[in-house]
Design a protein around this ligand. Sequence first.
Ligand code: SF4
Length: 530
Amino acid sequence: MKERDNLLEKYSSRVFKNRKTHITQLEGDSDTIAANTRAIPGILTARGCCYAGCKGVVVGPIKDAVTITHGPIGCAFYSWGTRRNKAKPSYKGEQNFIPYSFCTDMRPTDIVFGGEKKLEQGIDEIMEMFNPKCIFICSTCPIGLIGDDVQAVARRVEKKYGITAVGFSCEGYKGVSQSAGHHIANNGLMRQIIGSGDMKPKGKYSVNILGEYNIGGDGWEQERILKKIGYEVVSVFTGDGSYETIKNAHLADLNLVMCHRSINYVAQMMKTKYGIDWLKVNFIGIGATCKSLRMMAEYFNDPELTKRTEEVIAEELEAISDDVEYYKSMLKGKTAGIFVGGSRSHHYQALLRDFGIETIIAGYEFAHRDDYEGRDIIPSIKPDADSKNIEEITVSPDEELYHERYSAEQIEQLKERGVELDTYDGMFPDMKKGYIVVDDYNVFETDELIKTMKPDIFFSGIKDKYAIQKSGVVSRQMHSYDYSGPYAGFNGAVIFGRDVAMSIYTNAWALITPPWKSTPILEGVVGGEK
Ligand code: SF4
């Protein structure tokens, strides 16, 4: 297809051979894509590292745990407060360490003689000053190279202070992207935290929200809606989440999965160990939120809950309909490109469609093939050398706590009724023929696709934003929401519509070309003619 071929033909033969498998111009049912492989050196990938996926994404937002970055200062400094996973104490006196960044600040002598001692001293200081109930130790690049044993330190600390301490070997060079860090974080939470509490939910319908990081308050908007209907939210993984609640997650009735990429391991392991089903939801988008709420009601199969769900949906839609119509009148017919991490490039297509915007280019930094093509593809994914060194843990049904909510037959019936249980179909089915999907996109491909596909607006991250805007195309940050949000749920949709309309209709776009470049400023006559 034209745009894809134009893009690829600019590469040298070796790069061409690799990149052609990561760029797909959709044709129909049998589209495939290569993903979760090494980035090409020097190509300016947008990817981050394993530490970013573990500390930055999954465990860092747990507010009442102290997360220590074990390594030189850079990793801790650049990940300090830059991801907008909001958190506040849920009750008076609850600890909230989110504003802090803790680091062992390793120096050359620690590299030479080892950093375990410094780490333990640092933890002694933390215990004295903050007395947390839980400590996470996140390893950075040098830790694995010099052989510090963060798991052994965690065990010593647990014994010494009677707290929970988890060591994560999430050195930045592990795997090929943030994705390896998600997996390592999931393993640690499953091994040491989930299942260690015994506080049963009090409500009739209880859920955990998995893979929701409360960027700009997204999780709070979701909780507002769920509580209004009558759900009890036992825990959130991990935006505004806490060690105290995640301990009890295994006692909830249902897991709701927002970001499939970062948390599907926990969802699957909780299904095996405790029998909790997981439902792929999307609370980004008005239509998507309604669909997710209806699937939840269908799962619990209680007429009262179904009635309440419909009442809340009607009330919420009524409250936002005028604003949505107004922004839709400004945005209908526009086109968009989205390059984000591992789930939003799919989730946001639903919200954009609510405003009449079509997503013609989409891509992920670190998704796997199942995020593009659906989970059915998993058995055929061949692990390579980079993924083989990420530990896979296996769990078995817990003798006391396993309890099957529905039989396999009932689950099949629910699936037939449209309840997306224990499965995810990925991004491809929601996109049309001719649209482009790029895995592990880079600066050159972003620039070229903007030139050939000409989207009206482009959503990606901080590293791309200003280059895109300098080329005259509106860019909005889809990781940080450009310091706005929330964008989830019903109220979030209105804020999103407002932000997109504001960005596209900013007067400055008409002023990029100076007047003297488009209209002559001197007028005169030649050779005395009149
Ligand atoms: S790659 Fe290594 S040095 Fe860079 S942020 Fe990740 S852990 Fe730190």
